[in-house]
Design a binder for this molecule. Structure first.
Ligand code: HEC
Length: 96
């Protein structure tokens, strides 16, 4: 009888852990100051991880990004408005 209660308790804690992680993730994704930056981040995650792993924005300078982004936007065939939103996100990320 004791064993059953123990297993039940472990299963209960195990099932709770992923949920907590999810909540934390949602909270961080909504801390961007504007809707544009938040949208840009979404596009960055979705469009910029197709050919390579997502690059860390802070690993490159503003100077480097001014060459990389047009190049990558071309590779990803992004429309201008999406490129502009990603640019907003990159600019914000570099300053934060
Ligand atoms: C069609 C494929 C493709 C897509 C989509 C793509 N990239 Fe790339 N990217 C490459 C290739 C190929 C390289 C060079 C090899 C590497 O570094 O992995 C590269 C390299 C990079 C680098 C490193 C540049 C350097 O000088 O070291 C960055 C940063 C980068 N991509 C950012 C992005 C961003 C931001 C997006 C979304 C707008 C994006 N990529 C979308 C293909 C792509």
């Amino acid at each position: 009888m004791k064993k059953i209660i123990l297993i039940g308790t472990v299963a209960f804690f195990a099932s709770c852990t992923p949920k907590t992680a999810e909540v934390v993730e949602t909270a961080t994704s909504t801390t961007y100051p504007t809707a544009e930056i938040s949208q840009g981040k979404g596009l960055y995650d979705a469009k910029c991880s197709k050919c390579h792993k997502l690059k860390v924005v802070d690993n490159f300078t503003t100077e480097q990004w001014s060459k990389i982004l047009p190049d990558m936007a071309g590779k990803a065939k992004l429309p201008d408005n999406e490129t502009a939103l990603i640019q907003e996100f990159i600019t914000w990320e570099l300053n934060n």
